[in-house]
Design a protein around this ligand. Structure first.
Ligand code: NAD
Length: 324
């Protein structure tokens, strides 16, 4: 059998891998991520399967090449953790997963939008504190009377639009490259009109370093209604986080929910709660505004369906590579 070692594979993921196991392949699971220190683990395998936070720099790739490992694959959409030049120089084949179920992120954005629009985090917090008086922040239009603005109507944005359409909300979209044939799902508007009208604004714009850094900033926030909430499941870098904090503090917007924060890499894995309070930490600033601001730990792609797609596409990648 073709022996693959899969790094960063959590225990709850193993049954999903096993269910998709292909004949001719033997998958070994390691819960730890690949680093410089544990590179010895790859000895004796034919291929490796990585996650985003695994180290596949020149040093590790050269070591793998020395041990005859030609296939260095990642189960993720991003592949910037693999040094492509070094792999090429070693004659190693690199493959990634171009896409997985867009509902992984869309479902989360939908849920975060509901959460902040209806003040659910705030409502839970007040009952926990023994305050059972109705809070005006939860007094909102129902789905059928909401307007949702989707910024970026690509795979994920369109999936979220379908969810909102399904519950009767009005959906506006803005995209510099509008799609044809989706009039039944959303109505395209200018960014300005979308921001002025929406009760929930959801960001699904990819980040291109040096091109759209912090494009969602004070000017955009100013256009939003004071009753509106902002949801970011795309990338923190497309927003001006300090401007969002200022807008929430000033009551210019009602709330913010995000799955992505600018220095999230500092928190990979787990840190002590005290570490979140470091000076200048964006997490500390967000936490101080809870429940008007809520943060999830980058769980957008973490669904059973998305993992299923990642595993089956990875197996397909191995099959394709082996069959030339
Ligand atoms: P996609 O490429 O299918 O769609 C992106 C859309 O954004 C395109 O239609 C593009 O024209 C549009 N766009 C570009 N610039 C824009 C702008 N300034 N304003 C409005 N629209 C603009 O991408 P996708 O698969 O839908 O993913 C969107 C983003 O979601 C990804 O780039 C990634 O950053 C993020 N994401 C997050 C997670 C997570 O775990 N939270 C997981 C996967 C992806």
């Amino acid at each position: 059998a073709f022996k693959i070692i899969s790094f960063g594979t959590r225990d709850n993921e193993v049954p999903h891998f096993d269910a998709l196991n292909k004949e001719g392949f033997e998958m070994t699971y390691k819960s730890e991520n690949l680093t410089h220190d544990n590179i010895d683990l790859v000895k004796g395998f034919d291929g490796v399967l990585l996650r985003a936070n695994n180290v596949a720099d020149k040093q590790n790739l050269d070591q793998m090449a020395e041990w005859g490992i030609k296939y260095v694959f990642t189960r993720t959409v991003g592949y910037n953790h693999i040094d492509l030049d070094a792999a090429k120089a070693n004659g190693q084949i690199v493959a990634y997963v171009p896409a997985y179920s867009p509902y992984a992120v869309a479902d989360l954005a939908f849920g975060l939008g509901i959460m902040q629009n209806r003040n659910l985090a705030g409502a839970v917090a007040s009952s926990e504190e023994g305050d059972f008086r109705p809070n005006p922040a939860s007094f909102v239009p129902e789905f059928q009377s909401l307007t949702v603005g989707i910024l970026g109507t690509g795979k994920i944005g369109l999936a979220e639009a379908k969810l909102w359409k399904g519950v009767g909300a009005k959906v506006l979209g803005y995209d510099p490259y509008p799609k044809d044939g989706i009039e039944d799902i959303l109505t395209y508007a200018s960014m300005e009109d979308l921001l002025k009208e929406a009760d929930i604004v959801s960001l699904h714009v990819p980040y291109f370093k040096g091109s759209n850094d912090q494009f969602f900033a004070a000017d955009q926030l100013k256009l939003m209604k004071s009753s509106a909430v902002l949801v970011n499941t795309a990338r923190a870098e497309i927003t001006d986080e300090e401007a969002i904090i200022a807008a929430v503090k000033a009551g210019d917007i009602k709330g913010f929910a995000t799955d992505v924060i600018s220095n999230e890499r500092a928190y990979f894995g787990q840190v002590k709660p005290e570490a979140l309070q470091e000076k200048g930490s964006i997490m500390a600033e967000f936490q101080a505004l809870y429940p008007k601001v809520v943060v999830t730990p980058h769980i957008g792609s973490y669904t059973e369906n998305a993992l299923h797609d990642m595993i089956s596409i990875s197996y397909k990648n191995f099959e394709n590579a082996l069959n030339g």
